[in-house]
Design a protein around this ligand. Structure first.
Ligand code: NAD
Ligand code: MG
Length: 475
């Protein structure tokens, strides 16, 4: 083991205000109610800022601002809308370090990830959809596809700014206007994005940001002035939203949970597969809807692979998310930590064997060590339910057919990974796996040009790529 000197990223670059209002019609406004909420740094439990809790009247004001901006924004030539999106993308690049630090402070993810994964992808999404804005007639949706109107968008806390980019970039490129609600534990980068909209001179009302909890989200998706709803979060809330929107004219896309299989065949390059497993489940503390949370390993190599995996996990560094050496940051909230603990305890109680490397846990904040369960049966809760934390369940298989059977034995279907040297086996597997994305000898790789979305209880609709335009066009 190497000794590392601490290498903390400076937080001086971010300027967090003590308190934030709502961003409506291009202005910061105070909410009508008294509701306020503190957002904390989950690595220290330090209060970072106070944000408004928008009520129905505030949501209504935001939707009206978006509706008022729609005729002008949608009538603007695509090439003009593109200029705004390119400008936003460039400002994000210029302010990338500040936004990465802010994301890490509010979310708990390692700076290495917010700096090298989240922020580059955020900028890439705006660049990518800026490119589509004047080419919609060539996207395969008819010669003059029309936008829908006001998009109400609700996002989770695991990739706060990236999920905002996935939602806002295609909506604006197609000519829609937006009201977005960030998650209650991670509002700060969305509020910084509001400032970026002002910096880019985006016309007032095209983007509105309302902060709050589930009730604010419900008020937004149920508002009669909203034409399109896009939601990313839990399957439970997704189901609720689908129910309340049934029978309305609103267009809906849902990106929900997952329980992905990461399948390793005996001919796979072992060391690469180990890196892929680590990236699959320990990236972003496992707070990833497409995380490779079920490792399916061919029986003949299971012992060797597990030994190599455990050795590798012993080198992961858990701690200060702002330290550039950190691999595993903080769990996003006390609630999420409780859920991870509960499911891990259920794993033990049901008879699976639990293992974690020796790993000092900081005194303050919310933490969970990288954890591996072996001897997992298909019926165990840890094999069926989304844990959304750094917990891997290991199962084995003997034949490709058994691997497919086990991988598909889940109500979810967001992603899968296959590790093998043989191209023919890769294609054989990919055509049988019921998952929106199948990664081949890699995992958790994202690109704005590639569509992403689920089968079954993982939701419907696609985000990203040409496919992602469809959700925001009247087609
Ligand atoms: P959640 O679904 O409750 O929250 C996601 C977003 O929806 C938040 O912005 C929240 O304020 C909002 N929301 C909550 N209730 C709503 C309602 N009735 N109407 C409209 N919006 C509403 O998720 P959570 O409680 O933060 O996490 C719980 C579990 O969800 C996690 O353990 C994980 O399994 C899953 N999850 C999945 C994803 C994903 O990317 N697919 C993201 C976050 C959480
Ligand atoms: Mg926070």
């Amino acid at each position: 083991m190497f000794e590392y000197a601490p290498a903390p990223e400076s937080r001086d670059i971010v300027d967090i205000r003590p308190s934030y209002g709502l961003f409506i019609n291009g202005e910061w406004v105070e909410p009508q109610g008294e509701g306020r909420h503190k957002t904390v740094n989950p690595a220290t439990e330090e209060v970072l800022a106070e944000v408004a809790w928008a009520g129905e009247a505030d949501v209504d004001r935001a939707v009206q601002a978006a509706a008022k901006a729609f005729p002008v924004w949608s009538a603007m030539p695509g090439a003009e809308r593109a200029k705004y999106l390119f400008r936003i993308a460039r400002i994000i690049q210029e302010r990338a370090r500040e936004l990465a630090v802010l994301e890490t402070l509010d979310n708990g993810k390692p700076i290495r990830e917010s700096r090298d994964v989240d922020l580059p992808l955020v900028a890439a999404h705006f660049f990518y959809y800026a490119g589509w804005a004047d080419k919609l007639a060539y996207a395969g949706f008819g010669p003059d596809p029309r936008p829908l109107g006001v998009a109400g968008q609700v996002i989770p806390w695991n990739f706060p700014l990236l999920m905002l980019a996935w939602k806002i970039a295609p909506a604006l490129a197609c000519g829609n206007t937006v009201v977005l609600k960030p998650a209650e534990t991670t509002p700060l980068t969305a509020l910084a994005f509001a400032d970026i909209c002002r910096q880019a001179d985006l016309p007032a009302g095209v983007v509105n940001i309302v902060t709050g909890a589930g009730e604010t989200g419900a008020a937004l998706v149920n508002h009669p002035g909203v034409d399109k709803v896009a939601f990313t979060g839990s399957t439970e809330v997704g189901r609720l939203i689908a129910g309340s929107l049934a029978g309305t004219r609103k267009k809906l896309t849902l990106e929900l949970g997952g329980k992905a299989a990461n399948i390793v065949f005996e001919d796979a390059p072992l060391d690469q597969a180990v890196e892929g497993i680590v990236n699959g489940i320990f990236f972003n503390q496992g707070h990833v809807c497409c995380a490779g949370s079920r490792l399916l390993v061919q029986e003949s190599i299971a012992a060797d692979l597990l030994e190599a995996l455990k050795r590798r996990l012993g080198t992961l560094r858990l701690g200060d998310p702002l330290d550039k050496n950190t691999d595993i940051g903080a769990i996003n909230s006390a609630e999420q930590l409780a859920r991870i603990r509960e499911l891990s305890e259920a794993g033990e109680a049901e008879g699976a064997e639990r293992w974690s490397p020796a790993c000092p846990i900081p005194e303050r904040g919310y933490w969970f060590p990288p954890t591996v369960f072996t001897g997992v049966a298909q019926s165990h809760r840890i094999a069926r339910e989304e844990i959304f934390g750094p917990v891997l369940s290991v199962l084995t298989f003997r034949t490709p057919a058994e691997a497919v059977e086990k991988a598909n034995n889940t109500p979810y279907g967001l992603s899968a990974g296959v590790w093998t040297e043989k191209g023919s086996r890769m294609l054989w597997m990919a055509s049988r796996l019921r998952a929106g994305v199948v990664w081949s000898n890699t995992f958790n790789r994202f690109d704005p040009a590639s569509p992403f979305g689920g089968y079954k209880e993982s939701g419907y609709g696609r985000e990203g790529g040409r496919h992602g335009l469809e959700a925001y066009l009247a087609v």
